[in-house]
Design a protein around this ligand. Structure first.
Ligand code: MN
Length: 310
């Protein structure tokens, strides 16, 4: 049994287990706009994997005719959003004036720097996907906002399937997408059997199954759970069962900075979070310019540490 990845990782929940060097942590249910999601990261005692700081897996609706995905204009600071669809189509619009359709296998990467606002609208029924955030390092988090779309990402053949590399490199397959820190993000589509993926020893990793269960090294990881692998690993042994599996593999060099997260903001201090809340709440269009959207703007809740008379 390996030691904890960091001190706070002793803080585990009842559904969590450790086998070999893999910690398996249970995700929790959350709501984003009108969407039900399963939040793999952050989790209790664990805020980041590399610089990845949020992973939400959209859940299929129980409704016969589900509402389309509607996430109205809302702000971000200090992070890049990675929007990745598994099914359906969506339209991204933002305060840089971007309007970008997105389909499965394509990447929308929006980097907020000091401030951006955006909206996501499902343009087909049954949109399913994953929303991920990457915390920006100190060097870039106060910089200009930016947006990239990548419609043709590199694919890497694996013994039992294929990886689409969203960001970073997997072996000789390197994504053209911007990175502010050393990291990897890939979708794995695997048939039955075991594959060994070369790992970077300076990276920590997480494997998040979205369809089918997987074995990672000696640990079973089901959808609704995340398998965490610490730094110092040079290969990942990943095995899918009879029906195959689809999973997100994320990782990177540990961020080495303690992030403060609240609502849609990633910063380092509460004062920075409060200032971003005030700027959105007061409609500061220098920081968060207005843009056209058919959706209603999402109001920020008041941070619990800010009193109503402030
Ligand atoms: Mn967003």
């Amino acid at each position: 049994m390996s030691g904890p990845i960091r001190d706070s990782d002793n803080d585990m929940s009842a559904g969590d287990t450790v086998t070999g060097n893999v910690e398996v942590r249970e995700s929790r249910v959350a709501t984003v706009g009108n969407l039900g999601v399963v939040r793999a990261l952050p989790t209790k005692g664990r805020r980041t994997v590399g610089a990845w700081c949020l992973v939400d897996v959209m859940q299929p609706s129980d409704a016969l005719e589900p509402d389309p995905m509607e996430i109205g204009p809302h702000p971000h600071i200090g992070l890049s959003t990675v929007t990745w669809l598994l099914e359906g189509e969506a339209l991204h619009s933002d305060s840089l004036g971007t309007e970008q359709p997105l389909r499965p296998g394509q990447l929308n990467l929006m980097t907020s720097g000091r401030g951006i606002a955006h909206a996501e609208l499902g343009t087909s029924p049954g949109v399913l996907g994953i929303q991920m955030w990457i915390a920006q390092p100190e060097e870039t988090r106060h910089g200009d906002p930016a947006f990239e779309h990548h419609g043709d990402l590199p694919r890497k053949d694996l013994a039992t399937g294929e990886a689409i590399v969203m960001v970073g490199s997997l072996g000789d397959a390197t994504s053209p997408a911007r990175t502010d820190t050393r990291l990897i993000g890939a979708e794995l589509s695997l048939a039955k059997g075991e594959v060994t993926i070369q790992a970077e020893a300076t990276f920590e990793y997480a494997l998040i199954p979205v369809e089918g269960l997987l074995k990672v090294n000696e640990s079973i990881v089901e959808p609704g759970y995340m398998g965490l692998i610490p730094t110092g690993t040079d290969e990942l042994r990943i095995e899918a069962g009879d029906s195959g599996a689809r999973a997100m593999l994320i990782g990177g060099e540990p961020l080495g900075e303690q992030v403060a997260m609240w609502w849609n903001f990633v910063a380092r201090t509460k004062d920075e979070l409060t200032s971003a809340w005030r700027d959105w709440d007061s409609g500061d269009t220098d920081r968060f310019p207005e843009f056209a959207s058919i959706l209603d703007r999402i109001e920020a809740p008041r941070p619990m540490w800010v009193s109503a008379d402030d």
